[in-house]
Design a protein around this ligand. Sequence first.
Ligand SMILES: *Cc1c(COP(=O)(O)O)cnc(C)c1O
Length: 295
Amino acid sequence: MTESLQNATIQPLHSLYAKDMPVDVLRLDRVHPVVSGNKWFKLKYYLADALAQQKTTIATFGGAWSNHLVAAAYAARGAGLNSIGFVRGEAGTTPSAALEDAVRYGMEIRYVNRQDFRTPALIRNRFDAPGIYWISEGGYGPNGAAGAADILRAADTSGYSHILCAVGTGTMLSGLVSAALPGQQVIGISVLKNNVGLESAVRALLPDAAASFAIHHQYHFGGYAKHPQSLIDFMNELWATEHLPTDIVYTGKLMYAAMDLIAQNHFPAGARILLVHSGGLQGNRSLPPGTLSFS
Ligand SMILES: *Cc1c(COP(=O)(O)O)cnc(C)c1O
């Protein structure tokens, strides 16, 4: 999988955010056109592990607009591995544009009803075979966190006091926490509503049990992938003023939360803030054309 880590540039923001505090964005969305953002980082050690174990196929899980599935399909093909995606939904539904891409990259899609999808261990038992290397939904696990730790090495991030990222499974957040320098505070913005188990899911991947991090839970805009007009308006404004593309599931909510926390004086004077743009533009493809002024 050829990537361009030198494209992971840092973009300063100007207009929507505090003028007296540097707020920069780490553009991981530019690392790879398909394996966008944090997915490239989260997958790389899984693929290396699968190859080291001489597996032939990766199998993983996701929803119809999963950035993870598209990225996994593409990355697996690049590594010479087959891929199977277990997708939440009923067989026979028209595949989303994201899943069509995954199929084009060689992924075999198998639909799983919502009830079974909640118990991935059942699916693993039913479909396991010697050549299969299983990856949890969203790449959650130690290999995913280890890959995400490399995010902070993609550019010079040593001068920031606060590092913010969007949080789904918490894998990326764990990696950032373990890679942060002493004195750097890592803050996650949860995109799910009432994800009560999230802190412990993050902590389970941290080698240092005493490591500190914070998660804000009030910026989900109604729940996972929910995108009220206020969020769409904010994302269009961000594009108009900063030329920063964001997505409705993750980075739009992160950018909004950062603006709101700054407005509430959450950060001390002298803070230098880095927002991790984790990529992932699949969710936007579910919108009617013209909803967003970009993409
Ligand atoms: C998958 C994804 C996330 C969530 O990462 P986790 O490691 O599951 O918390 C965040 N941002 C984007 C753009 C993503 O695609």
